[in-house]
Design a protein around this ligand. Structure first.
Ligand code: ADP
Ligand code: ASP
Ligand code: MG
Length: 402
């Protein structure tokens, strides 16, 4: 007997037929004698639809009220799933984030988990009930509802698995595991049998939305036994773990992120303190900066460009423009028709020339690179958004063949 946390994403519970299929998976796990905690996302596109509904009423709704609204999607799923299992004659109970004591900070819309009080779940498991938990939602110290950021149900599942020392945390989704690239965009992408926490964390942070990046961060910290697999096809998925068997390839995957905007400050004074003034201003507004490029000075000026998340673009532009005199730049240009394409692989550390192969693939595909950034296990390039899918395919073909 084991303690298993199973998370099912939105497409896995999108309609009645799929709810029954998932109920079958849960029932099977339970009837093998396991303790089962199930975490669910909102059905299909419910969360997007709720965001649209809010915009019809108030496009500038407060983040607090947005969270009250968005958390309802998951509550529908858990009730429906519990009803399905009830009908199958199984003992089951559905619980919201508040009921399981999922305590978060107060960063509405992107809250971080501080603690999961496991008492209620433990009590229900002791009664041999299947526990169905609403993903994505928590509660802060004011007893207000919070949400964990888009895709956050994965993190709910891993947090419960970590807090309760589960034997296994299974993330069921609409693809068979983690692939070398998004299988919907790159048809010959390969399923990985296993991947390290570090590589998965990079891929997730660089746009491979198959796992929420915070869920991977937490799985690594608490050494959670994590597996990504399909709720549609019963086949072994991808294991995410600390160390994996040595593979031939140096690259584990290619990812694309379109949530990027580039801001360029042109004609910045070439003198000490300028970068400080720019990034202090952004930090004041809690805006994260990703790739930074500073050009060589021409005359007594230089250019500084950098990327931020699309959602931060308007605020970043506004605050820099307000500080134009203080920072001292001639012009500001901005675009969000840009995307970041990255390749990730722990094998890059000890081998030279991997980045060159990526650049060669992009050159052969006649794709222009605007910015480059590297770390030990990844190389990212900024390209035009309209060319991003082609860039992913070209780089993927270079490393994994056509
Ligand atoms: P869920 O609703 O189950 O949480 P998501 O839509 O959040 O599912 O994540 C699954 C999707 O992630 C897949 O349908 C796939 O298109 C996308 N994806 C992007 N990159 C990858 C990758 N490297 N491997 C697998 N899936 C990926
Ligand atoms: N329903 C939420 C979303 O669409 C959380 C999740 O699916 O993980 O982002
Ligand atoms: Mg998801």
């Amino acid at each position: 007997m084991a303690f298993i946390v199973q998370k099912f994403g939105g497409s896995s519970v999108a309609n009645a037929e799929r709810i029954w299929r998932v109920a079958g998976i849960i029932a099977e796990t339970y009837s093998e004698g396991n303790d089962v905690v199930v975490v669910l996302s909102a059905q299909g596109d419910t969360t997007d639809e709720l965001i649209e509904k809010a915009a019809e009423i108030n496009p500038h709704a407060s983040k607090r009220e947005m969270d009250v609204l968005l958390s309802t999607g998951e509550q529908i799923s858990i009730a429906l799933m519990a009803m399905a299992l009830e009908k199958m004659g199984l003992p089951v109970i559905s619980l919201t984030g508040w009921q399981i004591g999922m305590l978060t900070n107060s960063d509405y819309g992107n809250a971080r988990i501080k603690k999961v009080s496991c008492d209620r779940i433990r009590n229900e498991l002791d009664k041999r009930r299947i526990v169905i938990v609403a993903g994505f939602q928590g509660i802060n110290k004011y007893d207000d509802i919070t949400t964990l950021g888009r895709g956050g149900s994965d993190t709910t599942a891993v947090a419960i698995a970590a807090a309760m020392n589960a034997d296994l945390c299974q993330i069921y989704t609409d693809v068979e595991g983690v692939f070398t690239a998004d299988p919907r965009k790159v048809p010959n992408a390969r399923k990985l049998e296993e991947i390290t926490y570090d590589e998965m964390l990079e891929l997730a942070s660089l746009g491979a939305k198959v796992l929420h990046n915070r869920s991977v961060e937490m799985a690594k910290r608490y050494n959670v036994n994590l597996e990504v697999l399909s709720s549609f096809v019963r086949a072994p998925g991808t294991k995410v773990k600390e160390v994996v068997k040595l593979e031939q390839t140096k690259i584990s995957g290619i990812a694309k992120d379109t949530n990027v905007a580039r801001i360029a400050l042109i004609g910045v004074k070439d003198e000490p303190g300028v970068a400080f003034k720019v990034f202090r201003e952004l930090a004041r507004h809690k805006i994260n900066v990703d790739i930074i490029l500073q050009s060589i000075g021409h005359g007594d000026t230089q250019d500084i460009s950098f990327t931020v998340a699309k959602s931060d673009m308007a605020q970043a532009v506004q605050s820099l423009q307000e500080q134009q005199e203080v920072i001292g730049f001639k012009e500001l240009s901005v675009t969000d028709k840009i995307a970041k394409v990255s390749m990730v692989g722990a094998g890059m550390v000890n081998s030279s020339g991997v980045a060159a192969l990526m650049f060669e693939a992009l050159y052969a595909a006649k794709i222009n690179i605007h910015m480059i950034s590297t770390s030990e296990i990844k190389v990212s390039v900024l390209v035009d958004e309209s060319e991003a899918d082609r860039a992913v395919q070209a780089v993927h073909a270079k490393f994994f063949g056509n």
